[in-house]
Design a protein around this ligand. Sequence first.
Ligand SMILES: Cc1cc2nc3c(=O)[nH]c(=O)nc-3n(C[C@H](O)[C@H](O)[C@H](O)COP(=O)(O)OP(=O)(O)OC[C@H]3O[C@@H](n4cnc5c(N)ncnc54)[C@H](O)[C@@H]3O)c2cc1C
Length: 343
Amino acid sequence: MTYEWAVIGAGPAGIAAVGKLLDQKISAKKILWIDPAFKVGDFGTSWRNVHSNTKAGLFLDFLKDCQAFNYAQVQEKFELGRLNPEETCYLRYMAEPLQWVTDHLKKTVEIRQDKVQGLKISQRGWEIKLTQGTERAAQVILAIGAEPKNLAYPTPLIPMQDAMDHERITQHFSPEDTIAVFGASHSAILIIKSLIEHKAKRIINFYRGPLRYAVYMDNWILFDDTGLKGKTAEWARQNIDGILPSNLERVYSNQANIDLYLPQCQKAIYAVGFERRHLAIEGFEHIEYVQECGIIAPGLFGFGIAFPEAKYNPFNVLEHRVGLWKFMDYLNRMLPVWMKYTL
Ligand SMILES: Cc1cc2nc3c(=O)[nH]c(=O)nc-3n(C[C@H](O)[C@H](O)[C@H](O)COP(=O)(O)OP(=O)(O)OC[C@H]3O[C@@H](n4cnc5c(N)ncnc54)[C@H](O)[C@@H]3O)c2cc1C
């Protein structure tokens, strides 16, 4: 059989896509949802103990925006609704209701617990190759997520998934270690803060530019996607742009400094961004998408952190919009377009 829609990935983006297809009255039996685990993607597994860079209220907006989620009927169960909506929170508070929504949607649409190996166009539809068998869908949404980038230096690495976890990071260094942290984004600052709180002996932060802070204007946010926010911004102003803690050194990340300082480090953490997971599409070397509307090919659309929307801010600076509420807002605008762009 050919499904009307397949959604690949069950992180927050895949959850939003399935929910909004149902809200558009696509028959549940005509929607196929594929993921190897259905555990809310990286958001629900790797990043649970990370402090959010968005307010809890935006997570609630995400959950309440989709009728098919049925969140209103169960909201009392979750701590998220009892947090201050104006404050940031641990991502686990959002991962819990998202897992409930996932389990609820899984009972509604058709699912395959598997990893997609590749896609190809055939007979005006998409053939989806799984590790076990093949499925077909007229239209496909790819919500496959992204992984932390690494740099190819020989220093032993602390993986980002552990570096971002305030408890797990301690398993990776001893009291005598000097630790290199590359980057100056929200993630890098959280890691440095955590290492300082754990009294790491010496931290060397390799940075490429000044810190960037989000600025709240009347109805928009300058550096919304790249700027430091909330408690992380506060901490960075006091400790990085204020008085540097005695165990923290900051060096510009050029070759001379890397040659000089990196050999002094026993561990390295690369908080230098994320790259889209690979998925083979027959006949194409790379996946390219139209960044303003997510179109990869007729009937094939990219969504979520792997394919963020590029949008100009009021100063005409192009930003790539990543965040749960931004995904939902984008989907509300794009789904009517995607529904018409068929093979
Ligand atoms: C450290 C960190 C902190 C963040 N903090 C916030 C925050 O505070 N607020 C906020 O709004 N956003 C935040 N984000 C951004 C964003 O919300 C998350 O990155 C979110 O996890 C992105 O959701 P996703 O569904 O696009 O990808 P993911 O969560 O990565 O999910 C992708 C899913 O696709 C599956 N998949 C991949 N390949 C295949 C395949 N071939 N076949 C089948 N399934 C496949 C994966 O197994 C996974 O389940 C943060 C991101 C990071 C990295």
